[in-house]
Design a protein around this ligand. Structure first.
Ligand SMILES: Nc1ncnc2c1ncn2[C@@H]1O[C@H](COP(=O)(O)OP(=O)(O)OP(=O)(O)O)[C@@H](O)[C@H]1O
Ligand SMILES: [Mg+2]
Length: 417
């Protein structure tokens, strides 16, 4: 196993001693969220704070699930740009008590909306409900490129998540939350600000590491925590992580803001270039991608039905999809290649057999073979790339819940209630 250097500059809660290993793996302390008492608010916060026009969030009228006599509830949270997955379990319990997937979107009632247009005259909607009423709402996506972009909206959204899992005064809520690989201190601080007064304790862990933890049971190959490269292709960011039996250091992780949303933008630009009058929306491009995506010129023609000026026309979109999805494949290949080269040479043969792709981008047909071919062409023989399939949606949250169970008492960071 290669020797990992331990960065002691970030805080003094962790040291290089085995005693302070994280979750049983020798840790790289800079990557674990800590109390960060010296954190200074930058003059220009990254996240947008309130917009005056927005009506205040009102709790959803849904009945709150009742919890009784519970002391501690563990929460595994994957706060995604596109979809949030939350799983909960009681401290010490073997089973996952509940799991939910919620589109990460908040809808605020448009000013001047007439009475009884929106159900219950609510001013704020979340997830599926917000999407269902989007005609009369200002839809806000609180995250962009994998990180918080609108702090007020994300607080409203997480308030709703908390309500869904059952808000109780008597319960201590401990959340493990995924962050993009190598998230900067401001991005982490924004998560802490977003959950303050909602959760009591938190640990932040890179998403691909959590995805690996959450994939241990499903794996039929070498245990992904022992030796793997995990690739998480989301909507806002792609995260690639080398995992070799220890908690990943910053050198083991590569993250970039090129993922599903960027693919949609390229598809849109390309279709608009070819059909300038079609006024195709980004959401339509996303739908086209999710229906027809492929890589490496494996389809010659894709005729997608698109509504133009009220009439359905079939547009040839194969070239647009190919350009966009193959650009993503190339970027992922470059990142995987970089991490293979950084690995201990003796570990590489079994590492190459354990390259795992998760996140919505893993649903692109042929992405695994495409990556394998690029690696083979480069001379990495014996590669095996696996896509996790539909279950990608809950891998990070499942890993977060496992991490919550494994965490030591002192590894939790306290938040104000
Ligand atoms: N069948 C499919 N083919 C291609 N792309 C798909 C498919 N299904 C989902 N996607 C894309 O996957 C992305 C969403 O993935 P995911 O749910 O992992 O993102 P996220 O976790 O919300 O985002 P992030 O991790 O960046 O914060 C979207 O861009 C979506 O269009
Ligand atoms: Mg994600």
């Amino acid at each position: 196993m290669p020797q990992k250097t331990v960065n002691q500059t970030t805080d003094n809660l962790y040291s290089e001693s085995q005693d302070n290993a994280f979750l049983g793996y020798p840790s790289s302390p800079g990557l674990i969220s800590t109390a960060d008492p010296d954190f200074e608010e930058p003059s220009e916060p990254v996240a947008k704070i309130s917009t005056p026009e927005k009506p205040a969030a009102k709790p959803s009228p849904k009945t709150k699930p009742k919890r009784s006599n519970l002391e501690t509830l563990l929460v595994g949270l994957d706060l995604g740009t596109n979809t949030t997955c939350v799983q909960i379990a009681e401290l010490g319990a073997e089973t996952v008590e509940a799991s939910a997937l919620i589109p990460t979107v908040v809808g605020y009632a448009r000013p001047g909306i007439l009475p009884d247009v929106l159900p219950g005259n609510q001013t704020t909607f979340f997830g599926e409900e917000a999407i269902a009423h989007k005609l009369h709402l200002d839809l806000v996506q609180p995250l962009k490129d994998g990180v918080i972009d609108d702090l007020e909206a994300v607080r409203d959204f997480l308030g709703y998540v908390k309500e869904r899992i059952g808000d109780s005064e008597d319960t201590e809520y401990r959340a493990v939350i995924g962050t993009p690989a190598n998230a900067d201190p401001q991005a982490k601080e924004n998560i802490r600000l977003a959950i303050t007064q909602l959760f009591d304790k938190v640990i932040l862990i890179p998403e691909p590491f959590l995805a690996a933890l959450g994939s241990r049971k499903e794996s039929t190959n070498v245990d992904p925590i022992t030796n793997s490269i995990f690739v998480d292709i989301g909507a806002g960011s792609s995260d690639v992580c080398l995992i070799q039996g220890y908690y990943p250091s910053s050198d083991d992780q590569i993250s970039f803001a090129f993922a599903g949303d960027a693919v949609d933008r390229i598809i849109q630009k390309s279709i608009l270039g070819k059909y300038p009058d079609c006024r195709i929306s980004l959401s339509k491009c996303r739908e086209i991608k999710e229906t027809y995506s492929f890589v490496n010129g494996s389809k010659n023609s894709v005729l997608a039905p698109v509504m133009i000026h009220g009439k359905v026309k079939r547009l040839e979109v194969a070239d647009a999809i190919d350009t966009a999805c193959s650009a993503l494949l190339e970027k992922i290949y470059q990142a995987v290649r970089t991490l293979i080269m950084r690995a201990d040479p003796d570990s590489i043969p079994s590492l190459l057999e354990n390259i795992i792709i998760t996140g919505g981008g893993s649903m692109i047909p042929g992405f695994d073979e495409g990556l394998e071919s690029l690696l083979l062409e480069e001379g990495f023989e014996g590669c095996k790339v696996t896509c996790v399939g539909e279950s990608y949606k809950s891998r990070v949250a499942a890993g977060a819940l496992i991490a919550a169970h494994q965490a030591d008492e002192r590894q939790w960071q306290n938040l104000l209630r």
